[in-house]
Design a protein around this ligand. Structure first.
Ligand SMILES: Cc1cc2nc3c(=O)[nH]c(=O)nc-3n(C[C@H](O)[C@H](O)[C@H](O)COP(=O)(O)OP(=O)(O)OC[C@H]3O[C@@H](n4cnc5c(N)ncnc54)[C@H](O)[C@@H]3O)c2cc1C
Length: 455
């Protein structure tokens, strides 16, 4: 065998698996195959000047490379079983929290020290939400910020690079089961290993689907979350963000009893574009460094959809909606809430007259031509509900960017060790469908590393 262990994907799942496997300086021979670039070579060409919107690089520097999709993220590590994945269903709630705390300790050791840990425990805001038909979910949130998150990754790489062989710009094309292990096939050659940890995240969703189908590993379709990113003056949400930083709030609509939830809140942050397999959607982040902060706060409002029979391609549904917005707006569309309610397009003039200044240069347009009525109605209802706990949310100048789509990988059938039906072939992180967040993905990496070390 060329290696004892090959890890596919250098996102948080892969990185933390590699860290834990090498922590005690074992003699294991480990390689990490990553489709993207090393951290210092990851650069999105959008500069708002010469390159204004996504030019579909391959690999996409936002989603791929050392650090994975999380490298330029806001670095919010949510320590909770309430959202961010279903790791606890495999390993138990206590273990899942213990591992997320362990990941937090490592992040502190590698440069995160001094960053703030927020908590919903004992907050009065829970009651205020309840009084207004909203539910605040429980969590502790470590906010590293985009800048510190990058430093932590740099420091972890410095330690790992001498213990693990990194092969960047080397996408794995196929995995074959062979006697005593696996044959990992790439464009530049095939490598054998005894055990393989697959952690390819959301950008590897199509690929992992193919691998599971080739190997006969059972999968189940997952949900897709569709909605918009809301941006408003930071001061309107400051009573929530100062205390909790990120509040995960759920609302049940009166019209359809659908659940709409807030997601990825970025106080004083910026709205950004995201490219998943060529489809441009919207996201957001914020910096810990006050010098890089803005006057605006952004967060997503999402509605989950899960299809089963006869159509079960939930991600395909989300993709079609995102493609529609890409077709009409050339990428991301932005609309003032007041224009949406009045049934008219936001144009350049209305945008220029707006009190709220957008942090992303998106095309002014009409989101009602893109989002299905049921989803849009839910979002509008929730904006009015949020207006009761944060007056001003439903102002005419509140900006809505669309579309935001959270693609979820299908669920791979795994045992309680996150191992597939093939002994020694593990699937972890967002790629497995088990996790949807930095903390859960990282914890899943630590968990399988310990399982491998045990054996
Ligand atoms: C802009 C943005 C902001 C975010 N903010 C937050 C946040 O604040 N908090 C939070 O909890 N989550 C956030 N997320 C989500 C978070 O980044 C992911 O949940 C997390 O990165 C998942 O980790 P992972 O290791 O499973 O996969 P990923 O981070 O997606 O890493 C997978 C890696 O595998 C590589 N890969 C894919 N296919 C192959 C292949 N065939 N061969 C080799 N390599 C391959 C990819 O290039 C990628 O580098 C954000 C995501 C984005 C895009």
């Amino acid at each position: 065998m060329n290696y004892d262990i090959i890890i596919v994907g250098a996102g948080p799942g892969g990185i933390f698996a590699a860290y834990e496997l090498t922590k005690e300086n074992t003699d294991l021979k480990i390689a990490v195959f990553e489709a993207g670039n090393p951290l210092d070579k990851r650069k999105c060409p959008i500069d708002g000047d010469k390159v204004k919107s996504c030019i579909h690089c391959n690999p996409c520097s936002i989603m791929s490379g050392f650090g994975g999709a999380g490298a330029f993220s806001d670095g919010k590590y949510n320590i909770t079983n309430d959202f961010g994945g279903t790791l606890y269903e495999y390993i138990g709630k206590e273990k899942a929290i213990e591992l997320m705390k362990y990941v937090d300790d490592i992040n502190m050791k590698f440069g995160g020290e001094g960053t703030k840990l927020y908590s919903t425990a004992n907050t009065e805001l829970k009651k205020v939400c309840m009084q207004n038909k909203l539910k605040l979910l429980d969590a502790s949130v470590r906010h590293l910020g985009t800048d510190i998150n990058y430093v932590v990754l740099e420091n972890i790489y410095e330690v790992l690079k001498d213990k693990v062989e990194f092969k960047f710009r080397t996408p794995v094309t196929m995995i074959e089961a062979i006697e005593g292990g696996y044959n990992i096939i790439t464009a530049v050659g095939a490598y054998t290993c005894k055990k393989c940890v697959v952690s390819v995240g959301r950008s590897g969703s199509k690929w992992i689907e193919g691998i599971c189908s080739d190997l006969g590993i059972e999968t189940q379709s997952n949900r897709v979350d569709i909605g918009v990113r809301v941006e408003l003056p930071a001061v309107l949400f400051s009573h929530l963000t100062d205390e909790l930083y990120e509040s995960k709030i759920v609302y049940k609509t009166e019209k359809f009893e659908d659940k709409v939830r807030t997601f990825c809140m970025n106080p004083k942050g910026s709205v950004v574009t995201e490219n998943t397999n060529g489809i441009v959607t919207v996201n957001g982040h914020s910096y810990e460094d006050p010098a890089k902060q803005t006057d605006m706060t952004n967060f997503a409002l999402l509605v989950s959809k899960h299809f089963s029979v006869p159509f079960k391609d939930s991600n395909g549904y989300g993709e079609s909606i995102a493609r529609l917005s890409n077709m009409l707006g050339g990428g991301v569309i932005v609309q003032r809430f007041g224009d949406l309610i009045r049934g008219r397009r936001t144009n350049k003039k209305r945008m220029a007259d707006s009190f709220a200044k957008p942090t992303l240069n998106a095309e002014p347009g009409d989101l009602s031509l893109v989002l299905p009525k049921r989803i849009l109605d839910g979002i509008i209802e929730m904006i009015y509900a949020l207006d009761k706990i944060a007056p001003g949310t439903a102002n005419d100048d509140t900006l809505l960017y669309g579309v935001e789509v959270k693609f979820y990988n299908m669920d791979v059938k795994l045992n309680e060790n996150l191992e597939t039906s093939y002994k020694g072939l593990y699937m972890i992180g967002d790629g497995s469908g088990v996790t949807h967040s930095l903390s859960h993905a990282s914890a899943s990496g630590v968990f399988v590393a310990r399982d491998i070390l045990k054996s």
